[in-house]
Design a protein around this ligand. Structure first.
Ligand code: F6P
Length: 288
């Protein structure tokens, strides 16, 4: 049996563990696309051993490399990818919403396809948890814990910009975990007057302030310059957590989730199902 694994979209902590688990099972029968669907289209497909999955099993990132691939949405790109996918008995796709759509299209065109939720954003429809979310939230919280002692020394405010291009889950979870003074997870929450009032009050009381800002609402520098007009005496610093969220070593939680997902991928490969969607519900990994 020849199995192909593809990582698509933003890499996420825990992807490498899934790839290693598949490699442990299939050894030389496991192949990997280099750079997501781009590799599938261009035929950049190699034995998984080439990417040294064992070496990376506890690391973030993804050893087989990923890509965002608009070409796969075009009929021409899809057709080329499909031709290569058909050379395998099963294709495993790790990624987010866009990748799930690509996976489904492959299945509809006759490829046995298994999709596994893997994105720090945790925004996949019909799925409670996606691989890497815990690590991403933890990386943001650690950034806050490590930066704030210095902010406290000056009674400064710090705006932490966290990822989530179209999704507010990371921002909300981080704000809740660190007890933020203000959260801007959506455009509706952009209330400078209200936030400035909190900052001014904290400053008067000789304390610092934590603001969590989701990316893609307003650039952090612009956000701060607007805020400064209303919180004049307060020094406000930016901190972009950025790719620390994806580059941080997977947490124990994500390693456990990766192992659960891997088991279900193996089950799905054995099953007769043409398309399997592995997902989390009530903490358990399931297949539909
Ligand atoms: O994978 C999801 C994500 O991390 C989003 O939260 C973020 O907006 C985006 O990817 C960043 O992507 P890139 O690394 O391609 O800039």
């Amino acid at each position: 049996m020849k199995v192909l694994v593809i990582a698509s979209g933003g890499d996420t902590p825990g992807m490498n563990r899934v790839i290693f688990n598949l490699y442990k099972k299939f050894k030389d029968s496991l192949f990997a696309c280099k750079r997501g669907f781009s590799g599938l289209i261009d035929g950049e497909i190699y034995p998984a051993s080439v990417f040294e999955p064992k070496k990376y099993k506890n690391e973030a990132g993804v050893c087989i490399k990923s890509a965002r691939c608009p070409r796969f949405i075009t009929d021409e790109g899809f057709k080329k990818g499909l031709k290569n996918a058909k050379k395998f008995d099963a294709v495993v796709i790790l990624g987010g919403n866009g990748s799930a759509k690509g996976a489904k299209r492959l299945a509809e065109n006759g490829v046995k396809t298994i999709f596994a939720p893997a994105t720090i954003d945790n925004d996949i429809e019909g799925n409670e948890y996606s691989l890497g979310f815990h690590t991403a939230v933890k990386a943001c919280c650690d950034a806050v814990y490590n930066v704030m002692p210095s902010m406290n020394a000056f009674d400064r405010a710090c705006v932490f910009q966290v990822m989530g291009r179209r999704c507010d889950k990371i921002a909300k979870n981080v704000a809740n975990a660190v007890g933020a003074d203000a959260l801007v997870a959506s455009e509706e929450e952009l209330n400078f007057q209200k936030i400035a009032k909190i900052l001014n009050k904290n400053f008067k009381q000789e304390t610092s302030s934590i603001i969590i800002l989701r990316e893609n609402i307003l650039p952090v520098e612009k956000f701060i310059s607007n805020l400064k007009t209303m919180a004049k005496g307060v020094e406000i610093k930016p901190f972009v957590v950025g790719h620390l969220q994806r580059g941080t070593k997977p947490s124990k939680v994500d390693i456990k989730k990766a192992n659960q997902i891997s088991k279900n991928i193996l089950k799905a490969i054995k099953s007769k199902q043409k398309f399997a969607f592995t997902y989390f519900e009530e903490g358990c990994c399931k297949i539909k």
